[in-house]
Design a protein around this ligand. Sequence first.
Ligand code: HEC
Ligand code: HEC
Ligand code: HEC
Ligand code: HEC
Ligand code: HEC
Ligand code: HEC
Length: 283
Amino acid sequence: MQNFCPGNAGVRMQKGRWRAGLVLMLACWLLLLRGDACGQIYLPPSPPADPADYGKVILDQYSLPTPGAVVFDHWLHRSKFTCRLCHVDIGFAMTARATGIRARTNRQGFHCGACHDGKRVIGGKTVFAACSDAPIGRECARCHSAGKKGAREYEYRKFTARFPKAIYGIDWEAAENSGAIKPIDSLEGVVPKGEPMQAREDFAVQPKYSWVHPIQFSHQKHLAWNGCEVCHPDIFPTTKKGAVRYSMFQNVEGRFCGACHGKVAFPLNNCQRCHPAGPAWAP
Ligand code: HEC
Ligand code: HEC
Ligand code: HEC
Ligand code: HEC
Ligand code: HEC
Ligand code: HEC
């Protein structure tokens, strides 16, 4: 259990919180014991040992021997853009290798080519082009970089050195609050799809069991990062509060909160961040 429970995770807790932490550890065991018929253990899988690999997507569907598989990193791109811009306006799927990105679509200015067209200026810099007609060279290897040491300009540790850290990896919320990053939410020429949904009053998530405290979840904060359409209707099919019933098990399976937490947003192992008070019976 060492790595999974907040009581052990090196979180400095206030005195009164220890008991909550302990009870949460019990809940960990519950999760461990309540497997499905196949005896599968329902604990969130550990995130990759190196936070540099968290949110890394390898695109190797159409790899010919050259120029090789493409590595896409969330840590670099999410520091510059909101999730919404890429996953709603540009239209990348929320599942690895589901978008059908091709050299051709990039060249036509879709997908990676929406930014990587060799012309667009972002942060005072012209963004290098994707899949152009140029002969295979260094520029190609910046994306087609799998297994190529030194092909990339950006390096995780150097790039994130000044970002606030969390138990695991970067604390992205703090990074934004402190102004260390200022994600861009729109691009000239990339037209938002449809009418934007109207924002609602903020609320927390009410769990279905009385023994679980309200879940830490700011609707307001999430929509600033994600926009509405990333979550509604695909991840949370209804906009009526409490209408969808889901459990921690489904989160662990990568659905609902787990559609992002455990892949790109902070991992599910960080129980305390969503369950700050532990279950309701804890003092
Ligand atoms: C610059 C564009 C860009 C930004 C910004 C971005 N993403 Fe992505 N995301 C992608 C691409 C590209 C993929 C891979 C899609 C594919 O393979 O078809 C992806 C995949 C994903 C996946 C699936 C990963 C997997 O392993 O299955 C999740 C979840 C995700 N993004 C969440 C987010 C969240 C949350 C944010 C904001 C914090 C975000 N993304 C910001 C481009 C972006
Ligand atoms: C919303 C705009 C946007 C989209 C979409 C986008 N990128 Fe980027 N990407 C950037 C910017 C800006 C940089 C920084 C470029 C620089 O500083 O030279 C960057 C940098 C990179 C780098 C770092 C290169 C290096 O030398 O370290 C890689 C790799 C990369 N992008 C791959 C991709 C891939 C693959 C896709 C599509 C799946 C993609 N990007 C989609 C904006 C975008
Ligand atoms: C900004 C990132 C980026 C850069 C730079 C880039 N590519 Fe690509 N390229 C991709 C992505 C993403 C794919 C789709 C990979 C997949 O899913 O297999 C791809 C696929 C390809 C394919 C596979 C065939 C196909 O139809 O998809 C070829 C060939 C290709 N690129 C050539 C090049 C060449 C040549 C260069 C340099 C002149 C280059 N690419 C630079 C992102 C990039
Ligand atoms: C990203 C946020 C998030 C994280 C991280 C998280 N949970 Fe949950 N958890 C939830 C939500 C949301 C529910 C409520 C589902 C409902 O009842 O509607 C929940 C419910 C639960 C429940 C009640 C039983 C159930 O299935 O609904 C337990 C027990 C639980 N979580 C334990 C944990 C443990 C242990 C961890 C750490 C390994 C953890 N959670 C991490 C969001 C989270
Ligand atoms: C990170 C995902 C996420 C984003 C982004 C998001 N929502 Fe939600 N939304 C939720 C969740 C979770 C619920 C609660 C579902 C439940 O309890 O069954 C919810 C519930 C709602 C409800 C019902 C709440 C009520 O008061 O009855 C409305 C309306 C809603 N969302 C609208 C929006 C709009 C409009 C946006 C964008 C401005 C948005 N949502 C962005 C996750 C999200
Ligand atoms: C569409 C992707 C997405 C979904 C779905 C999602 N989150 Fe998040 N969440 C994020 C991102 C991005 C952040 C910013 C911090 C980070 O990336 O680590 C975040 C931050 C948070 C935070 C810290 C800020 C706050 O709201 O207080 C909490 C807690 C949280 N999420 C809980 C949840 C819970 C509970 C659910 C399910 C009901 C959920 N999230 C669903 C993307 C998502």
